[in-house]
Design a protein around this ligand. Structure first.
Ligand code: PEP
Ligand code: MN
Length: 338
């Protein structure tokens, strides 16, 4: 940490800051610049809680060098975390594809989609039974009957299941039915939900909040790891910007940033990331090229009749073509498709 003093700070103010640093058991190293004094702080293992020092007289600015997160940090664990989802590895060399409808609508719908995406090479099936909708008048999901449909999808097609828990009341029930527990963008900073989800011990898919920085995303992940659950997969799903040609702006730069700063796997969701089906194939290729560990994409056999997010759903045929393209691209990148 670097403490920058105001221009004109007195030597007594500098001494007071150095005493406050020493009181934390750390070392202060004052350095005189041509206009101002800066005080380097060493000896800390974690980010220093700097509020008290920041409020001392003469202090202008605090610059942190150590990130606020610990357990998710690359500095804590150099090797990549590989999350095992009942035999499917996410975070290893193979690129894993998750596909399925936005919402579970019926068994007929899920089976029709699952059959096609499974044949095309998807390893996990997504579908919301509890839906976080912007409008209370929109379809809210089938609830527990939807979870039972997902269980039958797993039995019939061997696909692992990813589905969302939207609140602390239902998280344990959802965990009983799913292989991966999704925490959606709207819930990224619901800390009681994160803790309870972490305690289920299930692999967690944590989606980036719609206005969340990557530091906030990693801090949210830290909540899950702090519960003793390190089976966590991050998901970039677009953030709100001024751009109006897409629903959100897919921030692919999140992938190399997360890879540099965290050992956790990260996948990309171009469906919610753009809201437009014409963007899905090119941005899925980009997700693989940028180094993501996998992809989550919405597929519907009748997008025009979908009860949610039809505009961003690709058809099973387009999905099958996408998987062929991803296979070729993976080979060129010396990776494989799971
Ligand atoms: C979803 O994946 O079903 C979903 C609701 O996405 P998000 O939380 O990213 O909006
Ligand atoms: Mn959706």
């Amino acid at each position: 940490m670097l403490i920058v003093m105001e221009q004109g700070a007195t030597s007594e103010m500098v001494a007071e800051v150095c005493r406050a640093v020493a009181a934390l058991g750390l070392q202060a190293h004052p350095m005189a610049g041509s206009l101002r004094i800066a005080i380097g702080v060493t000896g800390n293992k974690h980010r220093i809680a700097s509020d008290r020092i920041a409020s001392l007289p003469g202090v202008s600015e605090i610059i942190h060098v150590t990130p606020p997160y610990r357990l998710v940090s690359r500095q804590t664990q150099a090797a990549d975390t590989v999350v095992d989802v009942d035999g499917v590895s996410i975070g290893g060399p193979a690129f894993v594809v998750i596909a399925g409808p936005c919402s579970v609508e019926s068994e007929e719908q899920c089976f029709a989609i699952a059959e096609k995406v499974s044949a095309a090479g998807a390893k996990l099936f997504r579908g919301g039974a509890f839906k976080p909708r912007t409008s209370p008048y929109s379809f809210q999901g089938l609830g527990e009957p939807g979870l039972r449909i997902l269980r039958r999808v797993r039995e019939r097609f061997g696909l692992k299941i990813v589905t969302e828990a939207v609140d602390t009341d239902s998280v344990e029930t959802v965990a009983e039915f799913t292989d991966v527990l999704q925490i959606g963008a709207r819930s990224m900073q619901n800390y009681s939900l994160l803790k309870k989800a972490g305690r289920t011990g299930k692999p967690i898919l944590l989606k980036r909040g719609r206005s969340a920085t990557l530091e906030e995303l990693l801090m949210a992940a830290e909540y899950v790891l702090a519960e003793g659950n390190s089976r966590l997969i991050l998901c970039e799903r677009g953030v709100r910007t001024f751009a109006s040609h897409t629903r959100n702006t897919l921030d692919l730069s999140a992938v190399p940033y997360v890879k540099a700063n965290s050992h956790l796997p990260i996948i990309v969701d171009p469906s919610h990331g753009t809201g437009r089906r014409d963007q899905i194939v090119p941005l899925s290729r980009a997700a693989l090229a940028v180094g993501a560990d996998g992809l989550m994409v919405e597929v519907h056999h009748r997008p025009e009749q979908a009860l949610s997010d039809g505009a961003q759903a690709i058809t099973p045929d387009v999905f099958a073509e996408l998987m062929i393209q991803l296979g070729r691209l993976a080979a060129a990148l010396e990776r494989t498709l799971a």
